[in-house]
Ligand binder design. Structure first.
Ligand code: AMP
Length: 114
């Protein structure tokens, strides 16, 4: 179910424009508005969930689907090396409260992350 105040629910619904790169029944992906790498794409479930810890056992297939979508987009964008990030909670850097997976590529990344 969508959250009327959620910016990513509005993007999924087409109420806010986005650089869409992929869509299916369960997932939607679009380019990050403030890219941190030459390729920076966000993959979200269409159904609103604020954060990773809101997903329970019954959601395992949906989480798996989001990872499958990453591989589809990587093939579409011809990415062979990339980083995948989920920020869960403020200390982790989460700023938008609709679960999203960051797909970053096109440069070398350091470790540990900042
Ligand atoms: P996080 O800090 O993990 O919550 O990531 C939120 C991401 O959403 C940031 O990388 C933002 O640049 C991105 N973002 C926020 N608003 C938009 C928008 N309207 N369209 C695309 N990306 C957005």
């Amino acid at each position: 179910m969508a959250d009327k105040d959620c910016i990513f629910c509005k993007i999924v619904a087409g109420k806010i424009p986005s650089g869409k790169v992929y869509e299916d029944d369960l997932a939607f992906a679009f380019r990050d508005i403030s890219p941190q790498a030459p390729t920076h794409i966000l993959i979200v479930p269409k159904e609103h969930r604020a954060r990773l810890t809101d997903f329970g056992e019954k959601d395992a297939a949906l989480l798996g689907h989001l990872l499958k979508v990453i591989n589809i987009i990587a093939a579409q964008e011809k990415l062979e090396q990339f980083r995948v990030v989920i920020n869960c909670g403020e200390d982790a850097g989460q700023t938008v409260w609709h679960l999203h997976v960051h797909l970053l590529a096109g440069r070398a990344f350091g470790w540990p992350p900042g």
